[in-house]
Design a protein around this ligand. Structure first.
Ligand code: ATP
Length: 217
């Protein structure tokens, strides 16, 4: 299903990094930077979901999650907050997001970044074939996660996996990124137990969590 467009070699590659980001942490940020450099992305657009469709609902509002994200990325050139799912409201389907971004960034290639745990569920996503028609996918290694040996994922890799992106969409690449065993779940649990969260997420995010008394239940 590889897709080519005229003038493709002049196009830039934009990383699209969706998540709940409840809250954002270094396990999101450093792998995104690794991906940006390894894949030659001109930018990474972080897309906090409004209403996740494949998991539990977030503990804090989309505005607050976006605010923490903005603080976390403010000093990194190329990292951008993309608020389209928050503005769209309703269930946040990635295929809808990519359609919207495809229309806004007409001459750029889109690369959807996802951790290995997320990729393991990819064939359960709404219209995953549509997603592959709109973007390439970069699967980032994550501590404790390996590719599921399920038939649908194996078949997907057999058909679409490459070692170098060479088309505008329809390809899947696995990339090695810095392995940081940090999760939002762990940060929320630490806050709830009054344990420190410093060095798991940028200081500005720690400050917001403390000032706004987030994740205290
Ligand atoms: P939670 O613990 O609430 O499930 P999370 O830490 O997994 O959250 P999400 O916002 O759900 O974070 O993840 C967004 C994306 O970031 C997903 O594709 C996920 O695989 C990826 N990701 C999250 N943490 C890491 C990590 N430490 N290393 C690599 N990828 C990660």
């Amino acid at each position: 299903m590889s897709v080519t467009r005229p003038g493709q070699d002049l196009s830039k590659k934009i990383g699209i990094y969706g998540g709940t980001f409840d809250p954002i942490h270094y396990g999101h940020l450093r792998p995104a930077l690794d991906a940006m450099h390894q894949l030659g992305l001109s930018q990474v657009r972080f897309v906090p979901c409004y209403q996740p469709v494949h998991r539990d609902q977030p503990q804090v509002s989309s505005e607050m999650r976006a605010q923490m994200l903005q603080v976390a990325i403010k000093n990194q050139p190329g990292f951008v907050l993309e608020s389209c799912e928050i503005e769209r409201q309703g269930p946040s389907y990635m295929v809808d997001t990519l359609r919207e971004l495809r229309q806004r960034f007409t001459s750029d290639d889109l690369v959807l970044l996802m951790g290995m745990d997320a990729f393991g569920k990819f064939t359960g996503w709404r219209d995953w074939q549509g997603i592959l028609a709109l973007a390439n996918i970069a699967v980032m290694h994550r501590p404790g996660e390996s590719l599921p040996q399920t038939a649908p994922i194996q078949a997907l890799l057999e058909q679409y996996q490459v070692t170098r992106l060479s088309a505008a969409a329809g390809q899947i690449i696995e990339i090695e990124v810095t392995q940081l065993d940090v999760s939002s779940t762990r940060i929320r649990a630490l806050v709830e137990q009054d344990e420190p969260i410093a060095y798991l997420t940028p200081d500005g995010v720690v400050d917001i969590i403390q000032q706004q008394q987030l994740y205290k239940q």
